[in-house]
Design a protein around this ligand. Structure first.
Ligand code: SF4
Length: 403
């Protein structure tokens, strides 16, 4: 849509923003319900065939021990009781923050569906990581344990299966699965055929959810009874006001009383196949905003959804979809392109420079030092999003490397 044909001009957008009080960072819908003493809880959905109902809004916890307790208490109050962490988040402090909370409020442990993850790729490493997570979180079981960052279904091998079965039998974990932000559709389809994967957390948002591959993969998992949790649902940064589509999108959402961030959550929730959204909520404002969106029953209209798709199309070269099978094999030498793109997104779209730098600097020095000298021309030709990979590798190194 061109500026000329859009009914949304910058002036109309600003008028709507003034009328709704958009300068506030707080949500418009259900804010008063959250702020009252009324007992309210976000809705729940079944998590695959586990027999467990989980809240549609999960708490992605990268937490500081000191600042987290009030947030966790409030999350329980609003029924945001699916907590996701990992043994590496905040150098282990995120799990310690949860442990501190359970030590103070032991009765809340049973209310929480607790998820953590390990990068270990053998049984001994995984057992070591799990025991440390249990100790840090002051609990004797994890509800759902994830292999962290699976990028190919081949990783889901026989020794992983037998570890999962043995650890379930010991009562240390109730369910097992994996998280993935690379080659998600392939990983999901592979898992759907295995019969021993209970849950998957995948990158899933308005940019990715409409492709045939993703639809097939999600259908397969749902048929196999695998519970699905969406992460990275914002699909990059905030909608700006630079194009006619962006103006119309932002203006429409404002008139309906929610932000573009809330609208992106709604787009995912409108697919009932997704049990929960795991959202990083480092402060009360975001917890309230997302909680309000979860409580709000307004559905996005067909026009809203098609505008989001149009926006995704227009801004596709600014978003990496994690299809690393398309690019990483086209480079002579090791280049974790998908990981680097994700760290850049943390920095450029989420404004989380620390998370971005922490991730980038964990890439072995030998690989980092060669990153900007590799030839990415074949990878760029193969990238369905048309990303300028070589330029972005330079940008990442310049912005994120700690020398
Ligand atoms: S850079 Fe392109 S090909 Fe590589 S993972 Fe991202 S979108 Fe896919």
């Amino acid at each position: 849509m061109t500026q000329k044909h859009s009914s949304w001009t910058r002036r109309a957008f600003l008028k709507a923003a003034c009328a709704t009080g958009a300068s506030s960072a707080l949500p418009f819908n259900n804010f008063s319900a959250l702020a009252s003493d009324e007992v309210i809880a976000v809705p729940t959905r079944p998590f695959g065939k586990s027999g467990i109902e989980v809240p549609i809004l999960g708490f992605g916890t990268s937490l500081h021990v000191a600042f987290s307790q009030l947030l966790l208490k409030q999350a329980v109050k609003w029924g945001v009781t699916y907590w996701d962490t990992a043994n590496t988040y905040m150098g282990g402090n995120s799990e310690k923050a949860i442990g501190k909370y359970f030590a103070k409020y032991p009765a809340d442990r049973k209310k929480v569906f607790l998820v953590t993850k390990s990068h270990a790729w053998n049984a001994d490493g995984r057992t070591r990581d799990l025991n440390l997570s249990l100790e840090r979180m002051q609990t004797d079981y994890i509800d759902l344990y994830f292999a962290h960052g699976v990028w190919s279904a081949d990783e889901l091998d026989a020794q992983t299966k037998s570890w999962a079965q043995k650890t379930k039998a010991e009562g240390k974990i109730r369910f097992f699965g994996f998280s993935t932000h690379s080659n998600m559709a392939e990983c999901l389809l592979g898992a759907a055929g295995l019969g021993w994967i209970d849950g998957i957390m995948l990158t899933y948002n308005y940019r990715l959810m409409h492709s045939d591959d993703m639809r097939r993969a999600v259908d397969g998992c749902v048929r196999a009874g695998i519970g699905l949790t969406a992460m990275k649902t914002q699909g990059g940064g905030q909608v700006q006001t630079d194009s006619a589509t962006e103006l119309e999108l932002a203006g429409r959402f404002l008139q309906k009383g929610f932000t573009d961030g809330q609208a992106k959550l709604k787009a995912v929730w409108q697919n009932p196949q997704i049990a929960s959204i795991c959202s990083e909520m480092p402060n009360m404002t975001l917890l309230m905003s997302n909680g309000a969106a979860a409580l709000d029953k307004t559905q996005l209209s067909t026009r809203d959804l098609s505008l989001l798709q149009q926006y995704a199309k227009e801004t596709r070269s600014a978003y990496c979809t994690g299809c690393t099978a398309n690019c990483e094999s086209c480079v002579e030498g090791e280049a974790p392109i998908g990981d680097v793109m994700r760290y850049l997104m943390y920095c450029n779209s989420y404004g989380d420079d620390k998370l971005a730098a922490d991730g980038f600097n964990k890439i072995p020095q030998k690989i980092r030092s060669r990153l900007t000298r590799l030839d990415y021309s074949r990878a760029e030709r193969n990238c369905p999003q048309g990303l300028p990979i070589a330029k972005l590798m330079q940008e990442a190194k310049k912005k994120l490397e700690i020398t």
